[in-house]
Design a protein around this ligand. Structure first.
Ligand code: X2X
Length: 358
């Protein structure tokens, strides 16, 4: 009887682990927009590597760069995560904002960069009451949110001239992402904004179909935009965090221990992505970002981006406070127009979070 019981236990346990194993896919698809060599891509790849290593090869996440999983339609990304076409994503708030308007908060012009320390201000939002609220909204719309990472503050590049004032932008053909807020900002500045997926942008840059675009340094430099755009204006006008997210069904299929493993790996990868996206810019952090990268054995491509961009033949404009003020004034109406779309309550929360670190 005892032996029979033992045998039955073995059978039950085996059957159980077989079903548990069978529930795991051989590959989980992770969606990103740019190439792997950007800070965004490297952070996503590091996440996949950590999960594989820490799960002993059991959980295999594959990063699909260049918006492959959305066939280039990056603003459809949230719908495809929700319906399970995409399992995991490290996505920009911009690309989910057509379905989740509250995420436009980060793209309000000069809203975060107007603070004394824009990095601190951003961290106060993502790590504060606002970040918590945005995570709840995301979850209510059908995604499991793990944490925020970073694409970076977005800067201007163009092939025509140094841009120091809104007047310099008049008539310039500027590629913008497919979120209406960007059209409003560039129209307010007198430019001629053209909505275009990133998948089509590199060739538009090469062929001169557009004069300029905006993206963070750690995105446009690795993708060689500076081979074509020799003028860069550091205006930091909006922050572009990434979000580490999972399809809810996929998330439920993992054991509690594996969920914990994945969440920890995402947080570690996000910390790396943030450090990589900031190190060598003007982040007044006493060398903390560089130290984080060194401790991980990761060397950034530059420890001084202004010098690196200059060596690449770029003319780099850092706006003076007076020059920045003109851009702020020219785009103020956009903030007013978008307050109700984003939600006055979210904007108020963000202001409170930012004020707490001033
Ligand atoms: O399309 C862009 O500009 C990019 C790569 O930054 C995003 O996906 C938001």
């Amino acid at each position: 009887m005892k032996r029979l019981l033992a045998l039955m236990t073995v059978l039950v346990v085996t059957a159980f682990s077989v079903t548990a194993l069978a529930a795991y896919k051989s590959e989980y698809k992770l969606d990103i927009v740019p190439g792997i060599n950007t800070a965004w891509g490297q952070g996503a790849q590091y996440f996949a590597d950590l999960v594989k290593e820490r799960s002993g090869g059991k959980i295999n996440i594959k990063v699909y760069p260049n918006a492959q999983l959305t066939t280039g339609k990056q603003t459809n990304a949230f719908m495809l995560l929700r319906n399970g076409t995409i399992d995991f994503a490290v996505q920009s708030t911009i690309n989910y904002s057509p379905q989740i308007p509250e995420l436009n908060l980060f793209a309000l012009p000069f809203f975060i960069s107007g603070e004394p320390d824009r990095y601190k201000a951003l961290d106060a939002i993502t790590g504060g009451k606002t970040g918590k609220k945005l995570a709840e909204i995301l979850e209510s719309k059908g995604a499991v949110f793990i944490c925020f990472g970073e694409n970076g503050f977005r800067e201007l590049t163009n092939s025509k001239k140094a841009i120091r004032t809104p007047a310099d932008l008049v008539g310039m053909k500027m590629r913008v992402v497919g979120s209406p807020l960007f059209i409003d900002i560039f129209k307010a500045l007198g430019a001629n904004p053209i909505t275009m997926a990133w998948a089509d942008t590199m060739s538009a840059i090469q062929q001169g179909v557009i004069d300029g675009q905006e993206n963070p340094v750690l995105t446009f430099y690795p993708l060689k935009v500076t081979d074509y755009h020799k003028y860069i204006t550091n205006w930091h006008y909006m922050a572009d965090p990434t979000m580490f997210v999972v399809n809810p069904q996929v998330w439920k299929s993992f054991s509690a221990a594996d969920q914990e493993l994945i969440a920890k790996a995402a947080k570690d990868a996000a910390a790396f992505q943030i450090a990589l996206g900031r190190a060598g810019l003007d982040e007044n952090d006493g060398g903390k970002n560089l130290a984080t990268l060194k401790a991980l054995g990761k060397t950034p491509d530059s420890t001084d981006w202004k010098a690196t961009l200059g060596q690449a033949g770029a003319n780099v404009v850092d706006l003076t406070p007076e020059e920045t003020k003109r851009f702020v004034e020219a785009t103020k109406s956009v903030i007013d127009a978008w307050t109700s779309k984003i939600g006055a309550d979210i904007i108020k929360l963000a202001r409170e979070d930012m004020a707490s670190v001033r």
